[in-house]
Design a protein around this ligand. Structure first.
Ligand SMILES: Nc1nc2c(ncn2[C@@H]2O[C@H](COP(=O)(O)OP(=O)(O)OP(=O)(O)O)[C@@H](O)[C@H]2O)c(=O)[nH]1
Ligand SMILES: [Mg+2]
Length: 466
């Protein structure tokens, strides 16, 4: 495997460990195929194939059309089930101008599952094997057709459930956020200068400008801290916020649940104890994707079924990102049963006054809402402040968002701190080592090869005559 492919392979393994080295290395060159559309009766079913020399591999089946042209082909094949014939549309994308970087062929068949099965048998007989999930993209990564960030963005695109998640995923298709490109270029320059000063400093009278380096590092530590906080916020948009609604009977939990879901899912009534078991639903408030749980209000006199519902709340509270304690505006004392239930989770509780259309809240809370008429702006603002840290969701389109990204942003900051903490006049090796550390973490973040990138930069900037 060439260096770049090896690096991409290692990086890819960190996001998808389902392939082991042996399997992957030994089956990487086998031609593969898979359905690109769902398998049910439909107008068209597309089968994609990727591998080397597909023209000769498919020669017994048909002559492939000229590159990138959708052309009709009469496919004929024999199997133990008999002789089959299909008039298909075929498109051929020869390597390297294809999605995977290998030869790629698409067969547009009639959408009959049995026909697809028989055609798949034919491809197996020709020596192709069924692709593993994601293997086309994996090959694209290994062949340098996709960056690691591009693959992550693609996965994000496939998993997007809300408009904002979709827009974020589309923004990520563009690769690294703009600030990374600037940081990458500047860091490369410092790495090159430090390496040159270490290797040739005495001979060539090269030295590192420590003050300028520290001013530069300080500015980037601040910027990366900001990007880290934005990445944390972007994660909430990505994974959604799990919110559990609690409060005394008739606090308005089911009413808020229905309002957020824009659906009359829960029964609402002024009879205390209406909700027995908890309900779960997906919702959006502003730009925030939510998973909301409506629970049974706590009552001392709860009968058996209601009591069972209350017991089930505890695991929900444990895994919640936020507990909304709904307190009707007219209540002048907190509900003791609810307070006891949520006491262990106080750091993730937000107190919300409900029904403020009936009068101002008697107790101090974090925000107020009413649903008759609906006024939930304060709640939305409070959630955005808490989870997006004051950033607007749309500012976060190009932010990093994975745990992997956040960890590497921290690693880069640590490396820059090591550099900033070095005393003035410290040996150049200390700066060079800190810069190299930052460089390696940055390259892991973007999926580029640290050795190749820094050497290019080094030799492009210095003419050392050595
Ligand atoms: N005026 C007014 N009434 C509301 C508001 N929200 C809820 N209600 C009413 O309050 C009553 C109780 O509402 P629910 O949503 O069923 O209360 P709950 O907390 O789910 O009650 P349990 O399921 O018994 O725990 C219903 O009659 C609602 O119509 C509001 O913002 N304003
Ligand atoms: Mg209810």
């Amino acid at each position: 495997m060439v260096g770049k492919a090896r690096l991409c392979f290692a990086a890819h393994q960190s996001i998808n460990s389902s392939f082991n080295d042996f399997d992957l290395l030994h089956s990487m060159t086998t031609p593969i195929f898979a359905s690109a559309t769902p398998l049910f009766k439909s107008a068209v079913h597309i089968i994609r194939a990727s591998g080397d020399n597909l023209e000769s591999l498919f020669a017994p089946l048909c002559t492939l059309p000229p590159p990138k042209q959708l052309a009709r082909r009469d496919l004929k094949w024999n199997s133990t089930q008999g002789c089959f014939y299909e008039r298909a549309l075929v498109v051929f994308s020869p390597a390297p101008q294809s999605y995977t970087g290998e030869d790629c062929v698409e067969f547009h068949l009639h959408g009959n599952p049995l026909l697809v099965q028989r055609f798949s048998d034919c491809l197996l007989a020709l020596g192709l094997r069924l692709a593993r999930p994601g293997e086309f993209t994996q090959r694209a990564l290994l062949n340098g057709k996709q960056s690691l960030l591009g693959v992550e963005a693609l996965q994000e695109l496939m998993e997007a459930d809300t408009d904002l998640q979709l827009q974020q995923a589309q923004a990520h298709q563009g690769g690294s956020p703009p600030w990374v490109l600037a940081f990458h270029a500047e860091l490369a320059g410092w790495v090159a200068q430090a390496e040159a000063a270490v290797d040739y400093g005495e001979d060539e009278h090269l030295s590192l400008d420590e003050s300028a380096l520290k001013i530069w590092a300080n500015a980037w530590v601040e910027q990366i801290q900001l990007e880290y906080r934005k990445a944390q916020a972007a994660q909430w948009i990505k994974k959604g916020i799990h919110i559990v609604l609690v409060g005394r009977p008739n606090a308005g939990k089911s009413s808020l649940f229905n309002y957020l879901l824009k659906d009359e899912r829960a029964i609402v009534s002024d009879t205390p104890g209406t909700t027995r078991d908890y309900l779960e639903g997906r919702a959006e408030l502003g730009d925030l994707p939510l998973t909301v749980f409506d629970t049974a209000g706590i009552r001392d006199k709860a009968e058996y079924i209601e009591q069972a519902g209350i017991y089930k709340i505890h695991p929900l509270l444990l895994s919640a990102d936020l507990i909304l304690n709904l307190i009707p505006a007219q209540d002048s004392v907190p509900d003791s049963a609810t307070e006891a239930l949520i006491h262990p989770f106080s750091n993730k509780v937000m107190r919300v006054s409900t029904m403020v259309d009936q009068g101002p809240p008697s107790l101090v809370t974090d925000c107020s809402i009413s649903l008759q008429p609906a006024a939930t702006d304060e709640l939305q603002q409070a959630l955005e402040n808490r989870f997006l840290g004051g950033h607007r969701a749309r500012e976060l389109h190009t932010s990093f968002w994975r745990d992997r990204h956040l960890q590497l942003l921290l690693n880069i900051q640590e490396a820059l701190w090591a550099l900033l903490n070095a005393p003035m006049g410290a040996p150049t090796e200390i700066y060079a080592s800190a810069l190299q550390g930052a460089w390696r973490h940055l390259c892991r973040l973007t999926g580029s090869d640290p050795a190749e990138s820094s050497l290019d930069e080094l030799f492009s900037r210095f003419c050392l005559g050595k």
